[in-house]
Every structure is written in C-alpha cells, then in structure tokens.
Design a protein around this ligand. Structure first.
Ligand code: DX5
Ligand code: ZN
Length: 217
C-alpha cells in the first residue's frame, strides 16, 4: 500500500509562501494539500485562486486541493485550470455530486469527495467507484491545529473493506486533521494511503524530518 504525506499549506507562513512550498518540494512529501475555505461552508476564510498560481509555480508536486466551499460545482473547473491535480469537494456541500465529478474530470483532474466527522462513510457507497479519492475529516473542517478524532480510524477501516470487496484498489483513502507521527501509523494500518498534516509539519523544528517520521511510523 502507498504512503503519501500531504502537508497543508494552511499552516505555512503566507509571507514566505514560496520558501515554504520550495521546502515541501525538496521534502519526502509527495503531495501539497491546499485548503480553500469560503466562510459559508466553514466558519473561516483562507484563500482562493490567486494563491494557486504561485504555488503551482513553486512545485511540481501533486496539488491536492480541498474545497471547503458551498456549491463547489460553480468553481471546480477554475481550480483545475489554476493547476490542481486533485480537486476534492465536500459531500455535505452540494446536491449536485454527479455534476461536480463530471466537471472535475472534464477539466482534466482527479476527483475526491470529503466527509465531515458527523457523516457516515456509507453515504459514499454509491460514489466510490466513480472517484479517485475519499477524504475523511478527522476534525471539523475550518481550522488547523485541532485535536484528532479517533472515529476516523473506523471510517478508514470501513472504506478499505469496501475497496477490497469491490476491487477498487486505486481509490485513495486520505485523512485530514490532527495528524502527526503519534497517530499516522494507526491510520496507515487502517487503510489510509494519504495523510494531511498542517501544524505537525510547519510547527516542527525540522519540518522535513516530521514528514519522514510520519512516513516511517
Ligand atoms: C482543516 C483543514 C486541514 C488542516 C489540517 O479544515 O482541512 O487540512 O489544515 O491541519 P492540522 O494538521 O493542523 O490539523
Ligand atoms: Zn484539508
């Protein structure tokens, strides 16, 4: 099974964004996680299209865009055009899931669906064979630096079981929120293949080592 670390730019120093992304570019992290918040779907606002450009310029790594916005169908195409490799939208944010999937694919990116801590993974049974990634939130979306919710582990185990039963080996299970080397092993063991980490990477004295520690956990 794959082990991918996706450091979240939300915890980077926006005054030195290029420097921080270049650090990730040198690191063992394969993906760069980009958290977009609209102040409606979540009670916080982060950034939008203008910041995607310098990020895309600073790295060739996979840009893993996590949209915490309402009506994502209105914007997914523009995020692909801005350089996203994966575009993940929230199950709870739209009534037009099929349309979102279609728009992201047509624009040329991979498709992810995310579920909040209160959403059961069974809601994805009908979508899992149509997407590339499932993002399980292990905190309430909106802020970095929150405490990991262990219910995400059971969700990974459930989704991993569904993947195996249905032969959907290429669908990546990703987990986001409160992750560090203290819990990364548990998640990899439960079937997660990609882990998002914000504060545990950018808050570390040696961020590149923090990434290695999670990979080796
Ligand atoms: C939360 C974001 C996360 C967050 C992770 O809404 O989706 O990606 O930045 O940060 P940590 O690792 O600090 O929980
Ligand atoms: Zn995220």
């Amino acid at each position: 099974m794959k082990r991918i670390i996706a450091p979240s730019v939300l915890s980077a120093d926006f005054g030195h964004l290029e420097r921080d992304i270049k650090m990730l570019d040198r690191s063992q992290a394969e993906w760069v996680h980009v958290d977009v918040m609209d102040g409606v779907f979540v009670p916080n606002i982060s950034f939008g299209f203008p910041l995607m450009k310098p990020m895309r310029k600073a790295t060739n790594k996979v840009l893993d865009v996590h949209l915490m916005i309402t009506a994502p169908e209105k914007y997914v195409t523009r995020f692909v055009e801005a350089g996203a490799d994966y575009v993940t939208f929230h199950y709870e944010a739209t009534d037009n899931i099929a349309e979102c999937i279609d728009l992201i694919r047509k624009a040329g990116a991979k498709v992810g669906i995310s579920i909040k801590p209160g959403t059961e993974p069974q809601v994805l049974d009908e979508w899992i064979d149509k997407i590339d990634l499932i993002l399980v939130m292990s905190v309430e979306p909106g802020f970095g630096g929150q405490k990991f919710m262990p219910s995400a582990i059971d969700k990974c185990a459930y989704l991993d079981k569904v993947k195996r039963e249905r032969g959907l080996h290429d669908v990546i299970i990703e987990v986001d929120g409160g992750i560090s080397a203290a819990n990364s092993r548990l998640l990899f063991d439960a079937g997660a293949e990609a882990l998002v980490a914000g504060s545990s990477v950018f808050g570390a004295e040696n961020p590149e080592q923090a990434i290695i520690d999670m990979l080796n956990s």
